[in-house]
Design a protein around this ligand. Structure first.
Ligand SMILES: [Zn+2]
Ligand SMILES: [Zn+2]
Ligand SMILES: [Zn+2]
Ligand SMILES: [Zn+2]
Length: 276
């Protein structure tokens, strides 16, 4: 049962500050948890940056996708496409969407309904190999353009192996800009290609986001999110490497980035001259 306790605390040896504590074990746990979270937040606020491990990055990415998917009432796959197009900036996605949903859908290729009438014929013609095939072997993105699974697999495999451009995959029909999202990748790519794709997606979250960067230390897989605008860019990764978040050279406070860049240029020119 709840019991209201009145605790009196002496402050500066003279003033008595009464403190009311609602005594309930579950509440105490919650209070401790929230104050621990506050301490963590205060710490990163004080430092002006947060070091992110892979699990933190995934968690943040998932949270952002959930936020956009809930607020705009769209699927997680569509929310991911939107976020990637707006450099993972959640508020930018919300602003643009509510200002001009139609325009945003158009530019990122999120169609509300198919652009081609799907006939109910038993056989359909693939738009790449032109084979007439049973409709269950034909797959389409939201636009409805029909392609056989073999052609889709080839198309998806080539783009994934070409690099991170696969994250902005569109329908193979040259006149169509319908986005091809992770649901299609899950259906049609090999296990290894799916792994590559999700790797690119994770990297994109750090590399396309203006507030995050990878730690430049060789072999380090942590990222640093920068928050403060105090003009001090020195950060210290948990791998122990200290670097300037702005220019990613070694920490160089109080010298500014431009001076450091000139100095590095001068040094490399000098060492080139020494080789002659
Ligand atoms: Zn085909
Ligand atoms: Zn299409
Ligand atoms: Zn590091
Ligand atoms: Zn710098």
């Amino acid at each position: 049962m709840r019991e209201l306790r009145v605790a009196c605390e002496r402050e500066n040896g003279e003033r008595r500050v009464p403190e009311y504590v609602l005594w309930e074990p579950s509440l105490t746990v919650k209070l401790v948890e929230s104050s621990m979270r506050e301490v963590r937040e205060l710490k990163s606020l004080e430092l002006g940056y947060t070091v992110l491990k892979e699990a933190d990055i995934k968690q943040r990415q998932e949270d952002d996708i959930s936020k956009v998917s809930t607020v705009l009432s769209i699927s997680r796959v569509d929310a991911t496409i939107l976020l990637r197009n707006y450099n993972w900036n959640v508020s930018k996605v919300h602003d643009e969407w509510f200002a001009d949903e139609e325009g945003v859908r158009q530019s990122v290729g999120l169609l509300e309904r198919p652009v081609v009438q799907v006939s109910d014929a038993r056989e359909l013609t693939c738009g790449i190999c032109f084979d007439s095939l049973p409709r269950e072997t034909i797959t389409s993105a939201a636009c409805g353009h029909p392609f056989c699974r073999a052609c889709w697999r080839g198309y998806i495999s080539t783009t994934i192996n070409d690099g991170p451009g696969c994250l902005s995959l569109r329908c193979p029909d040259p006149s169509c800009n319908a986005a091809v999202g992770e649901d299609m990748i899950d259906k049609l790519a090999t296990a290894e290609e799916k792994k590559k794709y999700s790797r690119y997606l994770l990297r994109s979250y750090i590399e396309d986001n203006k507030m995050t960067k990878w730690c430049p230390a060789p072999g380090c897989e942590y990222a640093v999110e920068f928050a403060s605008g105090s003009g001090n860019f020195d950060v210290s990764c948990i791998c122990s490497h200290s670097f300037c978040w702005n220019c990613t050279e070694e920490a160089h406070r109080p010298v500014d980035c431009a001076t450091v860049a000139k100095w590095i240029l001068k040094n490399s020119a000098e060492s080139e001259n020494m080789n002659w």
